[in-house]
Design a protein around this ligand. Structure first.
Ligand SMILES: [Zn+2]
Length: 367
């Protein structure tokens, strides 16, 4: 039994101490010796014991990169997973990865996917050991990402339940087991990635958000849902071109999310065509504002980041705004990802300073 590093302060205290705490949406580039760079589902370059040790080392390095960039809420950079959805599903019973069918993912592109052949269940923890390792490395608040139930069912062919809703419900129960173990070892924020929330609006409102609430049932740590327009891969950027000049997808799901038990909503805002005022529909929730575009190698200036955050402040209370990236950065060259993390920190610092000046002015005028 290893003893865990004691956090310097709790998550709640952090929010009181530091306004605009920065974080990333999830994945970060892997070292070239571990996996092929700039590729999704990149095969591992190591095997067996070496792979296990390599993943740990990569996690440690990814944490260091985030710390050097001044990121406040840190993560594992998803260094131990090949893909944000598949890796979790690989650890479950009831899914046959040999038996593959072609399905349309998020109504956007065809992919050969594994088949659900029987009841799904989790034999043992999937990420808990990795999360423990991260917890041991830092006293900073940590965030851990899991796939959301709706996004999970969307990457499978279901030959058993034959009902998207039923399968999502089963996954929600499994995710809840995993989330409770992550909370127990000291994860501060558990995030569910639900890009599918941006596509299947009727289902989201009918049962998608209910499934997510089942996944967070009984948790006392903070919970988040990440809803984006996807990684900067071609299928996604082509899809974005069809969405017109104003992206109002979020509008369909925000009212019900505002009513949900989820604490934090993570959104894509930098260079997106989402009208910022839609965020008003979430008033009261904490919002992770994506202020870094992951679909371009162009590095944001701190002032560009600050601008996005300033715009968001019209619709989010300052104590509820968390500067973040639009999505994961796994497919980016690592030096670009690092530069983008630095820009995020610098942009947040500009706005923090402005807010504290305003605060001092306000206090002064009260006397
Ligand atoms: Zn994303």
């Amino acid at each position: 039994m290893t003893t865990l590093a004691k956090p310097e302060y709790t998550n709640k205290e952090l929010f009181n101490k530091l306004i605009l705490p920065t974080s990333t949406a999830g994945s970060l580039p892997k070292p070239v010796w571990l996996a092929e760079p700039e590729t999704l589902w990149s095969p591992w370059k190591l095997q067996d014991e070496e792979l296990i040790a390599g993943k740990k080392e990569a996690l440690r390095l990814s944490l260091q990169d985030q710390q050097q960039a001044g990121i406040n809420i840190v993560s594992d950079g998803e260094q131990t997973r090949q893909h944000f959805v598949t890796t979790f599903i690989e650890h479950l019973n009831g899914v046959d990865f040999e038996k593959r069918e072609t399905v349309r993912i998020r109504d956007r592109y065809d992919a050969s996917v594994p088949t659900v052949v029987g009841p799904v269940s989790r034999q043992k923890s999937v990420f808990v050991e990795d999360a423990k390792f991260l917890r041991q490395q830092t006293t900073q608040p940590i965030k851990w990402a899991l796939p959301g139930p709706m996004t999970m069912i969307d990457t499978l062919y279901d030959d058993h339940y034959k009902s998207r809703e039923k399968l999502a419900w089963e996954f929600a129960k499994i995710l809840n087991q995993e989330a409770k173990e992550l909370e127990a070892i000291g994860v501060d924020i558990i995030q569910f990635d639900e890009p599918a929330f941006n596509v299947f609006f009727d289902e989201v409102n009918e049962w998608g958000i209910a499934c997510l609430e089942r996944a967070i049932e009984g948790l006392k740590c903070e919970t988040a849902v990440h809803i984006c327009y996807g990684y900067g891969i071609k299928a996604n950027t082509d899809w974005k071109k069809t969405l017109g000049s104003e992206w109002r997808q979020y509008e369909n799901v925000f009212p019900k999310l505002q009513q949900s038990n989820i604490d934090i909503i993570s959104l894509e805002c930098q260079n997106s065509h989402v009208p910022m005022e839609l965020i008003e529909l979430l008033r009261g929730k904490k919002i992770m504002i994506g202020a870094i575009d992951v679909a371009t190698n162009t590095i944001e200036t701190p002032e560009e980041v600050a601008n996005t955050l300033r715009k968001a402040l019209n619709y989010v209370d300052a104590d509820k705004l968390y500067p973040c990236t639009n999505c994961g950065m796994a497919p980016l060259p690592s030096e670009i990802a690092t530069a983008k993390l630095n820009a995020l920190s610098a942009g947040a610092a500009i706005v923090r300073q402005e807010l504290s000046k305003k605060h001092i002015k306000k206090r002064a005028s009260a006397f």
